[in-house]
Every structure is written in C-alpha cells, then in structure tokens.
Design a protein around this ligand. Sequence first.
Ligand SMILES: [Zn+2]
Length: 266
Amino acid sequence: MPELPEVETVRRELEERVSGRKIEKIIVNASRLLRGISEKSFISQVTGTSITGVQRAGKLLIIELSCGKAITVHLKMTGQLVYPGDGKASRVRFLLSGGGYLDFNDRRLFAEIGLTDDWRRIDFVESLGPEPFDVSPAVFHAMLAGRKTKIKPLLLDQTFMAGIGNLYAAESLFRAGIHPAREARSLSAQESGLLLAAISKTLKEAIRHNGSSLDQYVRPSGEKGDFVRFHKVYAKEGRICGRCGGTIKRISLGGRGTYFCPGCQK
Ligand SMILES: [Zn+2]
C-alpha cells in the first residue's frame, strides 16, 4: 500500500504535471470509487474547474480546484494516478486542457475518491496525528510515555502519527535497532530519539528515490519508485541480515506481518 513517501512522490509529480490545467471532461468507469457523492454530481461540480495545487495529509492526496473545492484521493492498496494515461485500466479519467488524460487506475477497487468544500475539516484529516517531520524528539518521547501498545502497531496508527504503514515502520525500527514488539512506554529518551531520526531519514530517503514499487504503486509518469533496493528487512524473511549476518524473521503483530532482525533489534 502506498505510504507517505509514495503519496508525496505522487503529489510532487502531479503538481508539476497538471497544476494550472483545466478539467474539460470526466469519464467515470467505476462509480463505486466515489464516496459520499453521486457520479452525476461529481461530474457536474468538477468539470470546467482548474487544478490549482496538490496537497497531502498523511496518506491522503488532495487535488485543489479553482472552484474552492478539492478532490480527495485515498489510493489504498492498488490505486494509481498517471498522466498522461493510456486509458487501458482506468476507473476514472480526467481530460485536461492542453491534452492528455489524468487517469485514475485501481485494479482492486479499494480506493476512495471524494469531493469536499474544506479538506482540512474532513473527519479523516482531523483525526490524523502529526506528520513525522513536524515532531521534536522531546514531543515524540512524550507521545510514547505511558503507552503499553507495542511500538510497531502504534506507528501504524494514523491517529498517533500520519503517513507510516507496514513497510516504513519495519524499515525504521530496523534502522533504529528497536524490536517491533517493545512496549512503546519502554523506550528510553535516547531510543525514542533514535527511532524518530530513523523514521525521518528513512521517509526522506524513500521520497528521494520516488517511493517503493513493490506491487502496483507507480509514479504519475508511470515509472517505478526505486527505494525497494534499499529495503533491509521488509518482505525479507529467511534472508541474511546485511548488518549482523543473522536471519531476518517474520512475526505477526496486531494482525500484520512484521519483519525484523532478532540480532540487530532489541
Ligand atoms: Zn541483523
């Protein structure tokens, strides 16, 4: 599933490619992706408006429009936004001024597209915890204090912190040398500082490499994200740890597969 680095990559590339363009026509091939709005209403409200900017809140993508409204896009498992698209797998197509379609593809149809008057006030955005880059080490340590929850499932909780999913939680915990099943409250100030720094560094490196294309995720250009080759533990069960020579393990935490190195993570 696309996480913060993938959604941020999509945001940046979309802003470059489609900002300022007018949406001249919309073709909806899968109306079930539209949430809280009918196909007819979506088409009539969005057609003729221009894209003024692209924002991100956690894993949510926000396409701001000249009419003052915004299209919200949650890519979920297999959503893609591609420009210019070829229409082969498109669920929703936006014909833009100057030519070319912005295609929304989604093989598994789990994605959600909405239209909102004020995206900062929608429940999903208001429920989000802070962005990892906005938190100081002292505040992060205070956020962990008193919490018996295991650290890895806590990092996946979007109300605790926004944007981290299964992949970057595993990679960040490995880089910080922290076992994913540790109780959050057991982390010392030094350990929580190391973890916050590892989260920030891992996410920034992943953004620099345009995210991780493991499954369906692609950049708006259609190219893949390159960060997969820097993964240390994710989906590497049974492989040799590059740091200690031990064997990478997989356990289940909070119902999610969790990869880590027992030698490196305490
Ligand atoms: Zn190791």
